[in-house]
Design a protein. Structure first.
Length: 437
């Protein structure tokens, strides 16, 4: 089971400061459970793990098997919450140089998470003449980035295999009734899955949005969900502790939380976490700024800033107890590189000492840290971690007194972009923005 330790924040805030926020965190849990708080129409994630239908998981696995059998690549198209959960889990569990489970999974590549012309060109070149399928994911069904990628890749697939065959290689995950993607899927006869109305994008990794791409990549979605159920039914004090501690630090002037890993596979988990906390808490001119670093890599870039820069940061370190594989540092008779003092040690022993040394140095430098420990980087632990972060995010947002389940600020760039592109319906905005340029 994952665990949490806040000992290393106690020089910055006291145990009493944290305990003083526990009642607010407990009240937030009651608000979530009772559905009485802001954004209460988006609480479908709260008991999602324990209510996932076994038949649904079987169906997702069957679809994944079919696509794997027919495709060398599956393109998962989506952005934000319709992308980051799957990407995070696949990267965390996958072979570092394949990002899927070789011998079981198909390669899952991502699109629609940017509007990079070269990205799309290179992807289409990669897929030239290859057997590929598409999972297109958009809750609203109208988001511009995935819509552009889907239009291009759908056309490419239809040109490569014909319209009928293509329609059997495309799966759409979207709203049950609304949106352009739902209409298109119905028209073209695609296999579809529904994103529940009451689950927001950034809380949707345990719906088909995350589960289908993860299953296609060859990972055990039942174990992932079982891990989330462990946490849903397990010890609530972990969630309360994290929510209370980070809010106590925020009130003590620590405005930036850096999620730290010492394992390159966790890079995208941090990207997912940043979206979860950034979109949930950054409101009403409040909220901890969520940042991330990959150590030891970034100790050679951001390490200086963390050690000696402005003291407005704290760290949350994700530590993994046991690596999946064993690599031992060999002895060398000449020892020209001077490394024989660690010969015979596993690489992970060195990494763990780098981690401990870094944590101690940062505390000495005025950067407190919370430590979250995972027994291993496997489906079960990741499921626990995902649900832990989701629930703590809801609790923390209520402690901060914001609505953690909306994202009104995301609309501002879209409105300007549509105005600049002269999208029908945006005539007044187009005139206003042109006058400013
Ligand atoms: O968390 C969210 O709600 C957002 O990040 C969305 O997931 C993102 O904007 C994509 O939206 P959609 O799935 O409607 O295309």
């Amino acid at each position: 089971m994952i665990s949490i330790n806040h000992q290393a924040v106690l020089g910055t805030v006291s145990e009493n400061d944290i305990l003083a926020l526990r009642p607010a965190a407990q009240a937030a849990v009651q608000t979530l459970e009772g559905g009485t708080g802001a954004g209460n129409d988006f609480l479908g994630w709260l008991h999602l793990p324990s209510s996932i239908d076994a038949a649904m998981l079987d169906d997702i696995e069957a679809t994944a098997r079919t696509l794997r059998a027919q495709c060398d690549y599956v393109v998962a198209i989506g952005i934000g919450g319709s992308y980051l959960g799957a990407k995070a889990v696949i990267e965390a569990l996958g072979d570092n140089f394949a990002a899927y489970k070789p011998s079981v999974g198909a390669k899952v590549v991502f699109a629609g998470n940017n509007i990079g012309e070269d990205y799309l060109y290179d992807l289409m070149k990669l897929l030239d003449g290859k057997r590929f399928g598409i999972v297109v994911i958009s809750k609203s069904g109208t988001t511009t980035e995935p819509a552009i990628a889907f239009r291009l890749l759908k056309e490419k697939l239809e040109m490569q295999v014909g319209k009928d065959a293509a329609s059997k290689l495309i799966v759409a995950i979207t709203d049950e009734k609304r949106g352009a993607l739902r209409s298109l899927a119905t028209e073209e006869g695609y296999k579809t899955y529904v994103i529940p109305d009451n689950v927001g994008g950034r809380f949707s990794v345990l719906t088909p949005v995350g589960l289908l791409p993860i299953a296609i990549a060859g990972f055990d979605i039942k174990a992932l969900v079982a891990g989330a159920v462990d946490m849903e039914r397990g010890d609530e004090s972990l969630v309360l502790d994290y929510a209370a501690t980070r809010n106590a630090l925020y009130r003590a002037g620590k405005k930036i939380e850096i999620l730290v890993n010492f394992n390159p596979s966790l890079h995208y988990l941090a990207e997912w976490w940043k979206q979860l906390y950034g979109e949930s808490e950054g409101k009403d001119h409040k909220g901890i700024f969520p940042a991330s670093v990959d150590f030891t890599t970034d100790l050679h870039s951001m390490g200086q800033w963390v050690q000696d820069g402005e003291r407005t940061i704290f760290e949350t370190v994700i530590t993994v107890e046991n690596p999946r594989n064993k690599v031992v540092i060999p002895s060398d008779k000449d020892d020209l590189d001077g490394l024989n003092y660690i010969a015979g040690k596993r690489v992970d022993e060195v990494n763990k000492m780098a981690e401990l040394g870094t944590r101690l140095a940062h505390v000495d430098g005025g950067v407190p840290n919370i430590v979250i420990t995972l027994p291993a980087l496997d489906e079960r632990s990741l499921g626990q971690l995902i649900y832990f972060f989701e629930k703590a995010c809801g609790v923390s947002g209520y402690v901060l007194e914001v609505n953690p389940f909306n994202q009104p600020g995301v609309e501002a760039y879209k409105k300007n972009m549509f105005a600049l592109l002269n999208k029908p319906g945006y005539e007044a905005e187009s005139a206003a923005i042109q006058a400013k340029l």
